[in-house]
Ligand binder design. Sequence first.
Ligand code: ADP
Ligand code: MG
Length: 316
Amino acid sequence: MTSQAVVQVENLSRFYQNQSAIKNLSFSLNAGEVLGFLGPNGAGKSTTMKILTGNLAPSEGQVRIKGFDIIESPREAKQQIGYLPEHPPLYCEASVDEYLKYCAQLRGIRRQSINKALDVSKQQCGLSDVGRRLIGHLSKGYQQRVGIAQAIIHNPPVIILDEPTVGLDPIQMRDIRHLIKKLGQEHSVILSTHILSEVQATCDQVQIIQQGELIYHSSIETLNLSQAPSMTIGLNQPPTIEQLKQLDQVTHVKAIDEQRFELFFEGESPAQAIVQQSVQQQWELYELIPGQQSLEDLFIELTQDETSVDPEVTNK
Ligand code: ADP
Ligand code: MG
């Protein structure tokens, strides 16, 4: 964790009766980052977000938003956050302007600043032309924009969006993703989703949650890399990383420890070259494991655990 962290979560747990919805989660988010919170239904995404935003008390652990503890200084902490809940409380019989004005008042924005706040949030969310329309008459995509507009009305440094593209058609999804990416330039954003491509399209960081536990965290850069073909090798007398990079087809080398390396490659597998070089240069190859599991494989495995549909059975 660095001093830059705007969100710091330490050892967070939440129990419902005897069952734990989330277990011992720790992570942090830096200024200007977009973090994708990826996991199947029931994994604990919404529970985490409710705790981060002060809408649910944790059973254990600590949340600090820009240094403010969500339990000890809830007012200050909540002031730093904009939140789009799973089921945003939109008032269908209100116009967009009426609703956003109401939200601005709830956020304590001063009367003389309210119009400006409305204009800015509508402009950012592409709602400038629909201020007078009734929310109930808008498409689902536009309703979602209204939900995001209320989240950013007080210009918070941190924006938390719970499955912002659920129930949208592909065009609406694309528009909302563009919007999130744009917001990410000036804010820190955490969004939850069960769609891997959404994370790749919008986020800098990704973490996967399964049955309440964080099982994966990485930058999108590493994630994209992990989907390139790779192999892990172990050498008793390894050369330098630079020398490994010289091998044909190898594009990138990551040291796992002093003797084990992950090699990423393009085209044909460099396995033969590795074996040959190892003999010639006496690297003493003792392990060669082809193909790392990609994040997509990993995620599909998780989701299948949840739904456990067996195509062999359903096809018969
Ligand atoms: P996600 O948002 O990832 O789909 P949730 O955070 O909504 O997951 O749920 C995590 C787990 O906690 C699930 O097993 C869910 O059934 C359980 N859960 C959520 N809310 C409650 C509640 N109010 N009472 C009991 N169990 C709950
Ligand atoms: Mg949820």
